[in-house]
Design a protein around this ligand. Structure first.
Ligand SMILES: Nc1ncnc2c1ncn2[C@@H]1O[C@H](COP(=O)(O)OP(=O)(O)OP(=O)(O)O)[C@@H](O)[C@H]1O
Ligand SMILES: [Mg+2]
Length: 327
């Protein structure tokens, strides 16, 4: 049987919910690989690169399914996994090194988006660089490198009285946010996720999801924050709901989300599968929040939900992603 390595983050014993999710993904992807007739071998990507190299050479897989999200607990080292696979000339699934590096560094991705004329909210970086086109009242302090809404909650939303106030808050929070952060203009409006997958004929946009914030009080910020993603007994977890049915009045907006997502795919040289996250303001203008290269493949996450809406079976999608890696 052909061996495929499922390369995942090296999770410590005291890992948090969001980190443990990588292991859960590894298990379901292994299950799908078995259905496809492959022999999956789980391997953690460890900081001692020589050890990972040795293990990969011993296993000698025909391909690697790369779901590494962190190294040494840091999202900022994520690109080392595909870089090592490039060096070893082992085919791997999902996005290439450059795309992973550029999109995982959110402020860098935003610069590229803006330079290509794709709207992304105004932002302030820790060195004081301010990319301002309009005057927004509220800013959200976000991690530059971490995903899974790490360190994000209602207290992350700050009134923009001055850049100094935001910078002081950023300095105070940066360690909690994985070592680097930025402040981004808060888009008060609807939220959408667009999942993309590479098929033999080219990239396909899967059914678009809107996040509904059910029963949120008027003054409660509408955020898919850490609790909404990971704390199963929280109000936020139980009241942020994906929706796939839309009124005819949304046609124009959905078409534009579809087109912008394809532009992002091209701009960042994405491969395999990805997800683009948007907010849409009160004037129906879409703003790209981020590009997720190799997004979470857990059965309860957005990508799998979009596959189901497209009537694509989970293992069929895994087959497409593996085929794309071998191209
Ligand atoms: N500028 C913004 N305006 C409004 N809401 C925002 C903004 N930035 C982030 N959010 C909220 O915070 C959530 C998480 O933000 P974002 O998607 O940028 O981070 P992430 O931690 O990388 O998430 P993911 O789990 O998708 O990788 C968004 O889904 C959205 O609800
Ligand atoms: Mg996101």
């Amino acid at each position: 049987m052909k061996k495929i390595v499922i390369l995942h983050s090296d999770i410590s014993a005291e890992a948090s919910e969001d980190e443990l999710d990588c292991l859960r993904q590894a298990e379901v992807i292994s299950g799908a690989a078995r259905v496809l007739g492959y022999e999956p071998v789980l391997l953690p990507f460890v900081l001692d690169l020589n050890q990972t190299i040795k293990e990969l050479k011993t296993i000698n897989p025909f391909a690697v399914f790369n779901i590494v999200e962190t190294l040494s607990g840091r999202g900022s080292l994520i690109h080392l996994a595909p870089a090592l696979l490039d060096y070893l000339k082992i085919p791997y699934t999902g996005c290439p090194t450059d795309a992973i590096f550029v999109t995982s560094n959110k402020p860098l991705a935003k610069k590229l988006l803006r330079a290509s004329g794709i709207a992304t909210p105004d932002w302030l970086e820790m060195d004081g660089s301010f990319f301002q086109e309009s005057s927004d009242e509220k800013y959200l302090i976000k991690s530059s490198w971490e995903h899974a809404s790490v360190g994000l909650d209602e207290n992350s939303l700050i009134s923009h009285k001055s850049n100094d106030v935001l910078l002081a808050e950023m300095n105070r929070r940066q360690e909690l946010l994985g070592g680097g952060c930025f402040a981004e203009a808060y888009i008060d409006g609807r939220e959408f996720n667009v999942a993309l997958i590479a098929e033999a004929s080219g990239v396909r946009v899967l059914p678009i999801a809107e996040m509904i914030f059910r029963d949120y009080a008027e003054d409660k910020p509408k955020l898919v924050d850490y609790r909404a993603k990971w704390v199963a007994d929280s109000f936020e977890y139980n009241n942020t709901i994906r929706k796939y049915e839309f009124e005819a009045g949304d046609d124009k907006l959905l078409k534009s989300l579809h087109e912008i997502s394809l532009r992002c795919w091209k701009l960042f040289g994405l491969r395999g599968y990805a997800r683009v996250d948007f907010r849409v303001d009160q004037n129906d203008k879409p703003w790209v929040l981020e590009i997720n290269t190799n997004p979470c493949l857990s059965p309860d996450a957005g990508f799998a939900a979009a596959l189901e809406q497209a009537s694509l079976k989970y293992h069929e999608a895994i087959a497409l992603i593996i085929q794309d890696a071998l191209k």
